[in-house]
Design a protein around this ligand. Structure first.
Ligand SMILES: *Cc1c(COP(=O)(O)O)cnc(C)c1O
Length: 351
C-alpha cells in the first residue's frame, strides 16, 4: 500500500541531548520576558474553540510590511517546509523532474520522494558554488521546478545571482529559498520575484527567533500567489502562530534585529579564530552557521558531545566528507565551543 515510501529517507535532525546545542541553526536567544508576557496574555484570551482566520489577514498585513511587499504577494505556510512541499506537489508536470544542487537543504529531496517525483541533483563546485556547465547538464533533463537555497544550507555561501536568473530565464519555476538571508549582506530576490511569474522567494521566521511557531512565507507576483494559495490547506496557520507572529513582528522587531546583529558579529569572530588551525578548513558564511572540514569528522563530533556540545555532523552526506556544521550560539556558548574545539584539536594534533 505504501510501496512508494519503502525506500524513503525521512528528514533527520540531531537529537542527542547536550548542554550546548549548536546543531539546528536556530536563534539562540530567548525573547525578552516583557515580550513573552504579552504573548501569554494574548494566548490566554484566544477563543481556542474557534477556527483561526483561514486567510491570516492581520498577520499577512504585518508580514507584508516586514518583507516590504503587499499581502497579496504572500502565501503562508506551517514553516517554509510546508511551502516547499506544496510547491513540489502542485508545480508543473510530474513527468518533469525537480532540480536542485547538492549538497543542499534535504527537504527538496524528501518532498520529491514523498510525492514520487523525479529529481535532478547536480553538483556544486569545490567551493560549493553553482557551476554553469552542471546547471546546463541538469537543464537537459527538462526540469519543471528548480530550488536554490541561497545562502545555502549546509554550506553557508550565497549563490551567484546571475546563474539563478539564468535558470529562471529558461522558463522553469525557480524557487529561491532565503531562510538565511537576514544574516547576509547580499541583495535578496524579492524584487526579481515581483518582476517575473516563474520566480518565487521563500522566507521563514525559524532562523530569526520563532522556530517553535512554524511560520514560513512564499513571496510571488499576486496572480501566482493567489493560484498557489488555492492549494494550501485551509487552517494551516494556527491561532497561536498568528497571534505570536503578529506580536513579535511588531513589538519585537528591534529585538530580532539585535539578535541578527550579534549573531553576524559572533559568526565572523568565530570563523576568524577557527581559521587559525592548519588542518581545519573553514568555509565562508552568509548564514547563522558555518561549515568546517577536519581530518576526522566523526571523531570531532563525538569528542564535542563528550564535552556537552552538539554540532551537526555532515560527514556521511555526498560531497561532505569530514564536514561539520556549527550554528552560532550565544556568546558564552560560542566561547565554550571554541575552548572545547581548541582542546580537541591540540590533543589530536590538528593544529
Ligand atoms: C531551516 C530551513 C528551512 C525550513 O524552515 P522552516 O520554516 O522551519 O520549515 C527552509 N530552507 C532552508 C534552506 C533551511 O535551512
Amino acid at each position: 500500500m505504501f510501496e512508494r515510501l519503502k525506500n524513503l529517507k525521512p528528514y533527520k535532525t540531531e537529537t542527542t541531548p547536550c548542554k550546548i546545542k549548536l546543531s539546528s541553526n536556530e536563534d539562540p536567544f530567548e525573547l525578552p520576558l516583557w515580550l513573552r508576557e504579552k504573548i501569554s496574555k494574548a494566548i490566554r484570551e484566544l477563543p481556542l474553540q474557534r477556527y483561526p482566520d483561514p486567510l491570516s489577514q492581520e498577520l499577512k498585513e504585518i508580514l507584508a510590511q516586514f518583507y516590504n511587499v503587499k499581502p497579496q504577494n504572500l502565501v503562508l505556510g506551517n514553516g517554509s517546509d510546508e511551502l516547499i512541499h506544496l510547491l513540489i506537489t502542485i508545480a508543473g508536470d510530474y513527468s518533469r523532474p525537480v532540480m536542485y544542487p547538492v549538497p543542499t537543504f534535504p527537504m527538496y529531496q524528501v518532498s520529491a520522494d514523498i510525492v514520487g517525483r523525479k529529481k535532478v541533483e547536480f553538483p556544486l563546485d569545490e567551493n560549493f558554488q553553482l557551476k554553469k556547465e552542471h546547471i546546463d547538464r541538469a537543464l537537459k533533463k527538462n526540469p519543471s521546478i528548480a530550488f536554490f537555497a541561497s545562502p545555502n544550507n549546509p554550506t553557508g555561501n550565497s549563490f551567484d545571482t546571475e546563474l539563478i536568473l539564468y535558470v529562471a530565464q529558461k522558463g522553469i519555476l525557480t524557487v529561491v529559498d532565503e531562510a538565511y538571508i537576514h544574516f547576509s549582506d547580499k541583495k535578496d530576490f524579492i524584487e526579481e520575484a515581483l518582476k517575473r511569474e516563474n520566480l518565487i522567494v521563500l522566507r521563514t521566521l525559524s532562523k530569526i527567533g520563532l522556530a517553535g511557531i512554524r511560520l514560513g512565507a512564499l513571496i510571488a507576483r499576486e496572480n501566482i500567489a493567489s493560484q498557489i494559495d488555492k492549494a494550501r490547506l485551509p487552517f494551516n496557520i494556527t491561532y497561536p502562530t498568528q497571534v505570536i507572529g503578529k506580536i513579535v513582528l511588531t513589538e519585537g522587531k528591534e529585538e530580532i534585529e539585535k539578535h541578527i546583529k550579534i549573531i553576524k558579529l559572533e559568526r565572523d569572530k568565530l570563523i576568524q579564530k577557527i581559521s587559525k588551525f592548519s588542518k581545519v578548513k573553514v568555509y565562508p558564511s552568509d548564514a547563522n552557521f558555518f561549515l568546517i572540514k577536519v581530518p576526522d569528522g566523526d571523531l570531532l563530533h563525538r569528542k564535542l558531545i563528550e564535552k556537552g556540545i552538539l554540532i551537526r555532523n555532515m560527514s556521511h552526506l555526498p560531497y561532505m566528507e569530514n564536514c561539520l556544521r556549527v550554528s552560532i550560539g550565544k556568546p558564552e556558548e560560542n566561547s565554550a565551543f571554541l575552548r572545547a574545539f581548541k582542546q580537541i584539536v591540540e590533543e589530536l594534533d590538528w593544529e
